[in-house]
Design a protein around this ligand. Structure first.
Ligand code: UGA
Length: 446
């Protein structure tokens, strides 16, 4: 098949590369010329395991290419995937400007029959509006074309996005047109087996499935963070509680990890959007509201923990291990670490930061921080974990990168000026850290 991908963020690039790897001809388009030039030169603007190999293999084979020219991307496309960003606007509503611009451009440029696949996360009702707009444009321009639109939300987690695409939990195909459903199933036939449910449903259901899934996953995390706070008071251990809960198949053992809270480019914006969509609908989605509130409260809670252990914060030096919002990504968007670092700086503490993959995005995204300035006020970017732990009064772990498990904690103990270890992902063994003479605290951990 000939496929065009519009928007090469995480979703567009993973989708394009995986479809190319299945033998399709894929052209990816983006308005960001610097991104396209990087990708054309075989480089990926962010870290995603498995993606470099797919890019290399399929670019070399000639079935994956990149352009800034939308007409070129559309020229022979039988399927056009819309994967542009739908970020949070200043009013917290989903900012649909990029997808609206793409739709307008499609209205003007369409010259052949095509299936338009909406992958971007959009509020219920958006795909139908796109469909109506395109049909109206075709009528007005007297173009006799068959242009179909399908809602096909993505469920890709950063860090394992390639695997999520190749072995999905489910495929959701939103269209009321049976013939189009079949076409989409054919496109995905290599990924489908008897274990992977393919859901055929209407636009609005497909769109809601995406928001409702993300919000429930976020709610599980906030719920466990509430349980962690209660565990802390009663001297229970939330890790053990989560394990016991997870054996219940109705609950499941995933997304029960208490810690720094959820970040990233999806959960924070999608929970905010769902709250507003609910309020607009005249409902009061209390669970979604409290999920957001609990997540925001984790930042305060972590700061209080640091303050309890570092007295006074003003003029102290804190070592930060991990700034990405989760491991296996260099993405720092809405990362809890960044929010806490901002607060620490406001309180006049100095911060030494190390992340195995995210230092570059941290430097780029942290223009507001005073980087490598005075030694005890501002942020010092370190090239390894040991540097970030040297002469600090407290080590704070925000991201559960595997390499942190392998640190020589006996040596780390000698580097610090005060042995306090705050593990905000409950990642390391309290016994081990305490054995090395650290005061160890997690989130809801004994
Ligand atoms: C999320 C969803 O998991 C994907 O299914 C979805 O497609 C994607 O959003 C999206 O909307 O595009 P992602 O944001 O990449 O994917 O990351 P997750 O693995 O879901 O983690 C989100 C946050 O929750 C991270 O900060 C992580 O550390 C945190 N988390 C996760 C916890 O605090 N506890 C847990 O038990 C699990």
């Amino acid at each position: 098949m000939n496929i065009g991908i519009i928007g090469v963020g995480y979703v567009g690039l993973v989708t394009g590369a995986c479809l190319a790897d299945q033998g399709n001809n894929v052209i990816c388009m983006d308005v960001d010329a610097s991104k396209i030039s990087l990708l054309s030169g075989g480089r990926i603007p962010y870290y995603e395991p498995g993606l470099p190999q797919l890019l290399e293999r399929n670019s070399a084979a000639g079935n994956l290419s990149f352009t800034t020219d939308l007409s070129l991307c559309m020229k022979s496309a039988e399927y056009l995937f819309i994967c542009v960003g739908t970020p949070e606007g200043e009013d917290l509503f989903t900012d649909l400007r990029a997808i609206n611009t793409v739709t307008d451009n499609l209205c003007n440029l369409l010259e052949r029959n095509v299936v338009i696949v909406v992958k971007s996360t959009v509020p219920a009702g958006t795909t139908r509006k796109i469909y109506n707009k395109l049909q109206c444009a075709l009528r007005e321009s007297h173009k006799q074309l068959e242009v179909e639109v399908v809602s096909n939300p993505e469920f890709l987690s950063e860090g394992c996005a390639v695997e999520d695409f190749l072995i999905p939990d489910r495929i959701v195909i939103g269209t009321e047109n049976g013939h189009l459903s079949e076409k989409m199933t054919r496109l995905y036939q290599n990924f489908i087996n008897e274990k992977i449910p393919v859901m055929h449903t209407i636009y609005e259901n497909a769109e809601m499935i995406k928001y409702a899934s993300n919000a429930l996953l976020a709610a599980k995390i906030s719920y466990m963070n509430e349980i962690a706070a209660i565990c802390e008071f009663y001297k229970a251990d939330v890790r053990v509680v989560a394990q016991g809960m997870g054996y219940d198949r109705r609950i499941g053992n995933l997304f029960l990890k208490a810690g720094a809270g959820y970040g990233g480019s999806c959960f924070p914006k999608d929970t905010n959007a769902l709250l507003l969509l609910g309020e607009q609908a005249g409902c009061a989605p209390g669970i979604v509201r409290e999920t957001i509130k609990t997540n925001q409260n984790q930042i305060k809670l972590m700061l209080e923990k640091i303050k309890r252990n570092v007295e006074p914060l003003n003029g102290s030096m804190i070592g930060v291990l991990g700034v990405s919002f989760k491991p296996e990504t260099d993405d720092i968007r809405e990362a809890p670490a960044v929010a806490v670092i901002e607060q620490l700086l406001q309180e006049q503490a100095g911060v030494k930061v190390y992340d195995p993959r995210a230092m570059e995005s941290f430097r780029r995204g942290s223009a507001k921080f005073e980087l490598e300035s005075e030694p005890d006020h501002g942020v010092i970017c370190c090239s390894n974990a040991y540097d970030a732990c040297t002469n600090v009064e407290c080590i704070v772990l925000f991201t559960e990168w595997k390499e942190f498990e392998k640190l020589d904690f006996g040596y780390v103990r000698k580097l610090v000026s005060k042995p306090v270890f705050l593990d905000f992902r409950n990642f390391l063994s309290p016994e081990k850290l305490r054995g090395h003479g650290f005061v160890y605290e997690g989130i809801g951990v004994r």
